[in-house]
Write a protein that binds this ligand. Structure first.
Ligand SMILES: O=P(O)(O)OC[C@H]1O[C@H](O[C@H]2O[C@H](CO)[C@@H](O)[C@H](O)[C@H]2O)[C@H](O)[C@@H](O)[C@@H]1O
Length: 377
């Protein structure tokens, strides 16, 4: 994992503007960037803590309704190794039994290929924690050039989509591969390759934004959240266009409840928005029935595989919001999900990988396998 430090503000670009932690600081925005610019992250300076090394122990499913999601976030994304009443042998046992339920996709590579049985593999890739390591500053979650190369190669042989909670434009800036499909804002902003896709049977361009009517409301709630959380050192609010993220990662754990309360108090005025939880982040989004699982189905349909038995989708992701997509694959009995995690978690995925470097290795092996089937040139 790359340890990246939080970067000093880049007010000119409007991305990642640093705001002094003092509640007296009133100058929140750069003059030439409106605060609601999608992709912008607003945060307050605070000494940084050690990064987490993975998620953990949480329940599956993205939605957090009425529950104590601060406790849930603490459990699913521990800052440090939890002190355990169990011995190391017990923990080894837990890890081993989890791995036997969700074996490594690398170890099971041959079986996975066999299961695909000549069908068209379609790749779905989450971004944060899957293609890029988790870092403290969301605006610096870069993928390595080796990973970009691996994704570019995968897209040469299989239809490939990035499915992310991020704003689509922002994730495109990280990935910079024009031949992919991008589903930003948890699938609420889907766009296909500008020049059409070689995998698509018709030539129609794909652009799908099922939550367009919520844009003004999201902008409004983004501004309200910035204002409400400005007294909390380390809190960050990120505008993801059709949803908003409030980051807890750089906030002292003692202030998590207070920050969560601030978020909840803003949300009270917006019954048409709901909260979901990710890795040290609360995500605010429209209550429409749309998620990463629906985005996966939409993309399969637009590729011409709506009711086809000839498709084998593989979805790789690390977060609770990816569970919606894992579940769709389980329910369809097609393809499978791969959870990226070092820590045992309840999941609807079928296999596991520990970290982005293993994801890259898996992608490379798929490419090598596919190339081995092609006639020698
Ligand atoms: O669906 P994803 O691509 O996994 O996006 C989910 C959230 O990812 C980002 O936050 C996460 O990664 C950050 C950078 O490593 C990290 O600082 C943060 O703690 C993680 O939650 C993104 O910034 C959020 O807006 C997305 O909702």
């Amino acid at each position: 994992m790359t340890n990246q430090k939080v970067v000093v503000s880049d007010a000119k670009s409007g991305i990642g503007m640093t705001i002094n932690g003092s509640p007296n600081n009133s100058s929140l925005f750069s003059a030439n960037q409106p605060p609601a610019a999608a992709g912008a992250t607003i945060w307050r300076k605070k000494p940084l803590k050690k990064l987490e090394t993975g998620g953990g122990g949480g329940v599956g499913g993205a939605r957090v309704v009425n529950g104590n999601w601060v406790d849930s976030m603490r459990a699913s994304s521990p800052t440090r190794k939890p002190s355990s009443p169990f011995s190391e042998t017990d923990q080894d046992y837990t890890r081993n039994s989890w791995i036997s339920r969700y074996p490594s996709a690398l170890g099971m590579f041959d079986q996975i290929i066999k299961a695909s049985n000549g069908k068209q593999i379609v790749m779905f890739l989450d971004y944060d924690g899957t293609l890029s390591p988790i870092v403290e500053d969301p605006d610096r979650a870069f993928m390595t050039s080796e990973m970009r190369e691996a994704v570019r190669d995968i897209a040469k042989y299989f239809p490939t989509a990035i499915v992310t909670g991020r704003c689509r434009a922002k994730v495109y800036n990280f990935v910079r591969l024009s031949q992919l499909y991008y589903a930003g804002s948890h699938g609420m902003d889907i766009r296909g390759p500008a020049n059409g896709s070689k995998y698509k049977k018709d030539n129609k361009a794909v652009l799908f934004q099922p939550a367009r009517e919520f844009l003004p409301m999201i902008d409004e709630v983004y501004k309200a959240l910035i204002d409400k959380t400005k007294s909390t050192p380390g809190a960050m609010v990120e505008n993801n266009k059709f949803c908003v993220s409030v980051h807890f990662r750089c906030v002292d754990e003692k202030s998590w409840n207070a920050l969560a309360e601030q978020v909840r108090s803003v949300l009270n005025d917006y019954p048409k928005l709901k909260l979901t939880q990710g890795r040290k982040v609360l995500e605010i989004r429209p209550t429409i029935k749309w998620d990463k699982g629906k985005a996966l189905e939409f993309l399969l349909e637009s590729l011409g595989y709506a009711n086809s038995d000839e498709v084998f989708p593989i979805y790789i992701g690390d977060d609770r919001t990816d569970e919606d997509a894992f579940k769709v694959l389980r329910d369809r009995g097609q393809g499978f999900g791969i959870l990226v995690s070092k820590i045992p978690k309840e999941t609807n995925a079928s296999y596991s990988l520990q970290e982005p470097s293993e994801v890259m290795e898996f992608l490379r092996r798929l490419v090598e396998w596919k190339q081995s089937l092609l006639p020698a040139q």
